[in-house]
Ligand binder design. Structure first.
Ligand SMILES: Cc1ncc(C[n+]2csc(CCOP(=O)(O)OP(=O)(O)O)c2C)c(N)n1
Ligand SMILES: [Mg+2]
Length: 347
């Protein structure tokens, strides 16, 4: 990771990750339709270049925060498809022991701070990670993914404003897929581009073609460098499109299937990148088929893994809910008691 896509090998690897995300979500679509996966799922097919372009620009130590549409971000950041799928199945081997599912998956070791089903909540979480980075003089930064719908939520403005004012090492990536559930972008916003909003916080706002993995990677690398240099946040608006409904089962009365087909036919991030690599003489049809075959085998194994994984023990529902030991809080209590003042804090 932290890569410029500057060699054929790295470019093929980025293509493979996009194919993996597409294939992962094909399985989620089908297994959800079969009632094998509980809850709700939101697919990101069509948006793969944003996840991969951003995450190839990050180091393993950098953190991301995500939304209800988190499968692509999670895989691009390095979560393994078998454990991610097991999490969606609610199994003990999943990243959160099966307690999170699609909309709450997190893996701190891989720098995935969590999917947030509350629209907009990924943004203050990213700002919080930025505060930690700044206070601890860290050499990592945070990236908060959010959707175009989320920028109408108050907490998003508070969090970006704070990050800008304190020059935190955070990048805000708004995936503008033009819809917020069934609401079209211009029914919800009085600006043409989300990037315009950046001027309200005094930070750069960049618009990037979210169907072009190279462009996303370049924009993200520059923003990350700026963040790590102490120059504060950037707001990146990636123009993109989701092929599936808002959730699986959405009948999509708010858009035509011709519109969806047009994006699939003409602006597909995988097809376009594949064609670009082929035109540069870096990818034959056989090599692409080999990528697809390998990814299909990985996913067949992942499905088997998820299906056969153990159900969590009922008592595991209480794991990670309460803090067992909190030396910082104990020390704080003692300090307050010694001062004879609890500072109004009800501890
Ligand atoms: C605070 C809050 N309000 C409403 C919802 C219901 N809801 C879930 S996703 C969504 C739309 C989000 O749109 P956007 O931010 O553009 O993300 P996208 O679904 O397009 O990826 C809404 C309104 C919610 N989860 N949280
Ligand atoms: Mg949206």
């Amino acid at each position: 990771m932290t890569e410029t896509l500057d060699t054929p090998e790295k470019r093929r690897s980025a293509l493979r990750t996009m194919v993996l995300i597409r294939e992962f979500e094909n399985h989620v679509r089908d297994r959800f339709a079969d009632n094998e996966i509980p809850g709700f799922v939101h697919l990101s097919q069509g948006q793969e270049a944003v996840a991969v372009g951003v995450c190839t620009a990050l180091s393993r130590d950098d953190y991301i925060t995500s939304t209800h549409r988190a499968h692509g971000h999670s895989l691009a950041k390095g979560l393994e498809p078998d454990r991610l799928l097991a999490e969606l199945y609610g199994k003990a081997e999943g990243h959160c022991g099966g307690r999170g599912g699609s909309m709450h998956v997190a893996d701190l070791d891989e720098g995935m701070l969590g999917a947030q089903p509350i629209v907009g909540a990924s943004v203050p979480l990213g700002t919080g990670a930025g505060i930690t980075a700044q206070l601890s003089d860290a050499d990592w930064m945070a990236t908060a993914f959010c959707g175009d719908g989320s920028v109408a939520a108050g907490q998003v403005h508070e969090a970006i404003n704070l990050a800008a004012t304190w020059q935190l090492p955070v990048v805000f990536v708004v995936e503008n897929n033009q819809y917020s559930e069934g609401m079209v972008f211009d029914e919800q916003h009085n600006v043409e581009d989300v990037a315009e909003m950046a001027s309200a916080y005094g930070i750069p706002g960049e618009i990037v073609d979210g169907q072009d993995v190279t462009a996303v990677n370049e924009t993200m690398r520059a923003a990350r460098e700026r963040a790590l240099d102490g120059d504060g946040p950037t707001l990146i608006e990636a123009k993109t499109y989701r092929y599936r409904g808002h959730f699986e089962g959405d009948e999509q009365p708010y858009r035509s299937q011709e519109e969806v087909e047009d994006w699939r036919e003409n602006r597909d991030p995988i097809d376009n990148y594949r064609e670009r690599l082929a035109a540069a003489g870096e990818l034959t049809d056989e090599e692409f088929e080999a990528i697809r075959t390998e990814v299909k085998a990985v996913m067949a194994d992942a499905v088997e893994f998820a299906r056969n994984a153990d159900e969590p023990a009922p008592e595991a529902a209480y794991d990670d809910v309460f803090v067992e030991e909190a030396p910082e809080i104990d020390a704080f209590r003692e300090r307050m008691a010694a001062d004879g003042d609890n500072g109004g804090v009800g501890l």
